[in-house]
Design a protein around this ligand. Structure first.
Ligand code: SAH
Ligand code: SF4
Ligand code: F3S
Length: 467
């Protein structure tokens, strides 16, 4: 318990704490780890309790209106927290990072003056400098796209830190986007498409694997367009990168997300066929099943192109499960366009999907298009889409019943004596089994299919071995 002494001198003695809250995509989750790694070097340790943090970072997403409004309401609450702590003589810094920071910059300081600094996704290596520059009451904004490579200047996590984050890790290999879909802010908030060099990624994966990570998910806004510089010059494709990562001792599974339908190259399909660590689950957003809407979205592919890709993928890897993103109520979307989307879903059969009601993002071409659909229409279409995909997901899960599958065990299960893991297709699985299987792959026979997870028995030989 704290004593009643001079609060400010106590603060100076203790280790400073940082709390990061991430919104949006997996790249933000990864960025949060990189931010806390940089801040660890400055003496900040992570806390899960916002009230005890000396530095609060909101790592924001700008993909939907709703998301950035949530940030401002959260900032209002944090401001009260900052005032309460100030009354006790404790200083709190508030930072806004991520895509809202990049898009709105100084506007954030105007709307919420309690914010100390605003930092865009390309500038996380400058956090120590930004921290030093705050404190005189004036907010600081750093949303330039720097010339230096932030990855060269970010800190590496310690082995202990890696272990606390679990056996499965994200690694950003490509960032930004040059595709300019008319609805999307990402090309503006994350900048132009840039691939990290192979040696940098390998170093990171080797470090993770040495501390026990056995599954990596390679991240990029257009990850299958990866073309990073290879060790002896020349660009490497995602397939070649994955092939090399598959040789890192300890890496049992490799995944990647998000892919664009136009960038499923032949060598990537061959890699799916040939690299055992490459998991048969692909997130391949199509957004709409109407050629007219796809053209308005500037997706640069037709429905037939997408279906052709699915056929190629399933030829290379017949057990490939697919997921997608869909936008409903894009400007001008008619009932017929929407029905075309339903038809595409019926044809492909997805294992899962994410649905979004179109929301106009300032500065994007679609935001000035006519015929924005009423909210009720968007809600109704979303519900129909969801019902269709939920049915496909349930069928996909039910098909696991009685099957024997490889499960990578990641953590203790919900009940004592249980362990939990994932199938190659990302189903959560629980079994009764020994904790020392955590970090390993074992064969499991699925005997029960629940809504959110599967339950199974370990293969015979393992069950015997554990008794
Ligand atoms: N690079 C990826 C992910 C982009 S953002 C891709 O190409 O798929 C993730 C998803 O958010 C998109 O796939 C899209 O479905 C959705 N999204 C993006 N902008 C949106 C907007 N303005 N309104 C509604 N959904 C949007
Ligand atoms: Fe956005 Fe399109 Fe780029 Fe995906 S491909 S990030 S949806 S602009
Ligand atoms: Fe959101 Fe930025 Fe990711 S807008 S989805 S956090 S790239």
């Amino acid at each position: 318990m704290e004593s009643q002494g001079d609060a400010s001198s106590q603060v100076d003695d203790r280790k400073r704490k940082v709390f990061v809250k991430s919104y949006g995509c997996q790249m933000n989750v990864y960025d949060a780890t990189r931010m806390t790694d940089v801040l660890a070097k400055e003496g900040y340790e992570e806390t899960a309790a916002m009230e005890s943090a000396d530095l609060i970072v909101l790592n924001t997403c700008h993909i939907r209106e709703h998301a950035s409004e949530k940030v401002f309401s959260e900032l209002g609450k944090i401001r009260v927290l900052k005032q309460e702590r100030a009354a006790r003589g404790v200083d709190t810094k508030i930072a806004v990072a991520g895509c809202v920071a990049q898009a709105e910059g100084g506007e954030i300081l105007r709307r919420q003056p309690a914010v100390d600094f605003v930092v865009g996704p390309q500038n996380y290596h400058r956090l120590p400098d930004l921290l030093r520059r705050t404190g005189n009451g004036a907010g600081v904004v750093d949303t330039e796209f720097p010339i230096e490579d932030k990855f060269d200047h970010l800190a590496d996590p310690s082995p202990e830190k890696i272990r606390t984050r679990g056996l499965s890790a994200f690694v950003t290999v490509q960032e930004g986007c040059d595709k300019f879909c008319t609805f999307c802010v990402v090309p503006y908030t994350r900048g132009a498409e840039v691939s990290r060099p192979v040696h940098q990624i390998l170093q990171e994966v080797e470090r993770l694997a040495a501390s026990g990570v056995c599954e990596v998910t390679l991240l990029g806004q257009n990850v299958n367009a990866y073309h990073g510089e290879g060790p002896s010059g020349g660009a490497w494709s995602l397939a070649r990168l994955a092939e090399r990562i598959a040789q890192v001792p300890g890496i049992l599974r490799i995944r990647y997300t998000t892919s664009h339908p136009n960038d499923m190259s032949d060598d990537l399909l061959a890699a799916h066929r040939d690299i055992p660590q490459f998991m048969p689950f692909l997130h391949l957003p199509v957004q709409s099943g109407s050629d007219r809407i796809l053209a308005l979205m500037n997706r640069k592919h037709s429905v037939a192109d997408y279906l052709r890709q699915i056929e190629r993928i399933r030829t290379a890897r017949p057990d490939m499960a697919l997921s997608s993103d869909f936008i409903v109520g894009f400007p001008g979307e008619t009932e017929k366009d929407f029905e075309d989307t339903l038809r595409l879903i019926e044809e492909v059969k997805f294992a899962s999907a994410y649905f979004f009601k179109y929301s106009a993002r300032p500065g994007t071409p679609a935001s000035t298009m006519d015929e924005h659909a009423p909210e009720e229409v968007k809600a109704e279409r979303l519900a129909r889409l969801k019902a269709l995909v939920d049915g496909q997901r349930d069928a996909f899960n039910q098909a696991m019943l009685g099957q024997s599958v490889d499960v990578l065990f990641e953590k203790p299960g919900r009940r004592p004596g249980q362990i939990g893991g994932k199938t190659p297709w990302l189903h959560a699985v629980h079994v009764d089994g020994p904790q020392d299987l955590i970090g390993q792959i074992a064969r499991v026979r699925i005997i029960e299919v629940g809504v959110n997870s599967l339950y199974g028995h370990l293969g015979d030989s393992l069950t015997e071995a554990s008794h």
